[in-house]
Write a protein that binds this ligand. Structure first.
Ligand code: HEM
Length: 470
């Protein structure tokens, strides 16, 4: 019997490169991405051509189409070598996103190579997500202790009634502290790495050289932990796959550090915002232990990974109302898919017909956030948000929610600042018990004090201007 012929795009269907595209990353998109998705949907249907810094890309907007792309790995590939325009040398040499996609790490692998890398991650991350393991217990206690220390620092600097930017003065330093602890950074490397991650996430003029230095520092960290293993993610990655070279492990650590800082940090801020803008019922739900539901609602309203990383079509395929050709690039948009999903429910809050757990904030399919990383991310988000509202007796936004400034990139959307006026019970006393002397946690505690002093300069060195909303 003749094998079923593979479909090919009909001659009359316009190829991506021939379509007029509107640039996606505009000031309108920064302020109101929902309006842009809506306009594209009206014009093209669930899949629309857009320009990403001058390069045409299919943006997938429909919930059904996004989940199809995320789940069907034999058709939608992650390896950048499938990208036809790149293979043909058609990308601008200095295209800003190319360097990131050329870094060969788990996210851009397919099939067995990808599955093996995920097994390594899973086995290395698992001890930290399990509250019954010593590593899991210690990490939980550390996150709470760091949160308490940062609130104490805020009280010491700005008083028990004052203004704060919960981004620069709480969330970002908290996650940098967690990173040095989880990754097992020695003091000398930790300080330098934290400064560079800070500059990189800031996206300022120093961001590009800081990214290069951070990658190099993660490679040095890999070599350090190979020589001196400890109870940390770096050492456990090496234990799970001793064949990993320092360079490869450095690249994997770098990618995890971005998820841990940028993505998890944005999830903390989005959840804080969800509580701050919510009514008394939302705030009461925190004490009733329903924080997980608030996190889901925040992920649905504002997924930090708004537009997921590229996939490449393995063959010609019809998606939505368009023909995507073999080697075309698509970006599945979780944010647009959520808009689609919410249109089925109520207009603002999630209606009873839609479960908040249907969100794609963790991705879906073979590349979704690994389960151990999800647990870890959730633990950090709920602890960070929970501790703030344990300490603050009052907290209000100092800007109306629709005037908060957002940062929209090709992948991530996050708040630039989260300015609040707070009141806390004074005097503030951290509740967490210090770890016993002589333990690994005790040594790490001393290291964290040094790091806190370094972070203090960044947190209070003029970054709090404008947080009162004036
Ligand atoms: C609340 C926090 C987090 C959110 C919202 C989140 C979200 C996501 C999403 C949407 C993806 C899929 C991206 C895609 O398919 O293009 C992903 C993948 C991934 N995440 Fe997370 N993540 C979080 C925390 C973390 C943490 C804490 C880690 C590790 C320490 C982590 C490690 C990873 C890794 C390694 C992948 C790549 C998986 C693969 O390609 O197979 N994530 N995450």
């Amino acid at each position: 019997m003749e094998p079923h012929p593979r479909p090919t795009a009909p001659a009359g269907s316009p190829p991506l490169g021939a379509l007029p595209v509107e640039p996606l990353l505009t000031s309108e998109f920064d302020a109101d991405p929902g309006a842009v998705y809506e306009r594209l949907r009206r014009r093209y249907g669930p899949v629309a051509p857009v320009g990403l810094m001058g390069v045409p890309v299919w943006l997938v907007l429909g919930y059904t189409e996004v989940t199809e792309v995320l789940r069907n790995e034999s058709l939608w590939r992650r390896d950048v070598r499938y990208w036809r325009t790149r293979a043909e040398g058609g990308l601008p040499r200095d295209w800003p996103l190319l360097a990131g996609y050329e870094v060969r790490q788990m996210m851009f692998m397919d099939d067995e190579e990808h599955r093996a890398a995920r097994r390594t991650h899973h086995s290395a991350l698992s001890p930290f997500q399990d509250a019954r393991s010593p590593e899991g217990w210690e990490l939980r206690a550390s996150v709470a202790r760091y949160a308490d220390e940062l609130v104490a620092m805020l009280a010491a600097e700005s008083g028990s009634v004052g203004f704060a930017d919960l981004g620069a003065q709480y969330t970002r330093p908290l996650l940098l502290m967690v990173t040095t602890r989880l990754f097992g950074c020695p003091v000398e490397l930790g300080d330098e790495l934290v400064m560079d991650l800070w500059r990189m996430l800031d996206g300022g003029p120093d961001a590009a050289p800081a990214t290069g230095r951070a990658l190099a520092a993660f490679t040095r960290l890999a070599a350090h932990r190979r020589a001196r293993p400890g109870d940390d993610l770096t050492s456990y990655m090496l234990l799970a796959d001793p064949d990993l070279s320092d360079e490869q492990l450095g690249r994997e650590l770098f990618m995890n550090a971005v998820y841990l800082n940028d993505i998890t940090g944005n999830m903390v801020l989005n959840t804080l915002l969800e509580v701050l803008r919510g009514n008394a019922t939302v705030r009461r739900s925190l004490s009733a232990g329903q924080l997980g539901e608030t996190v889901n609602r925040a992920a649905l309203a504002n997924p930090p990974v708004a537009n997921m990383c590229f996939r490449f079509a393995a063959r010609d395929v019809r998606l939505g109302d368009v023909w995507v050709r073999a080697g075309d690039v698509v970006s599945p948009s979780a944010a647009a898919a959520h808009q689609d999903l919410l249109a089925l429910g109520s207009s603002y809050m999630v209606g009873s017909t839609i479960s908040t757990r249907a969100h794609l904030g963790w991705g879906a399919g073979p590349h979704q956030c690994p389960s151990a990383a999800r647990e870890l991310g959730s633990l950090i988000v709920t602890t960070a948000v929970g501790r703030i509202f344990d300490h603050f007796t009052q907290a209000e936004l100092t800007l109306p929610p629709d005037q908060l400034p957002w940062r929209s990139g090709p992948v991530v959307r996050g708040l630039r600042i989260l300015p609040v006026r707070y009141e806390m019970a004074a005097p503030h006393r951290p509740e967490a018990v210090p770890p016993p002397a002589g333990t690994a946690a005790h040594a790490a505690d001393g290291q964290t004090k040094g790091l806190l002093a370094a972070l203090r300069r960044l947190m209070f060195g003029g970054r709090d201007k404008g947080v009162s909303g004036s």
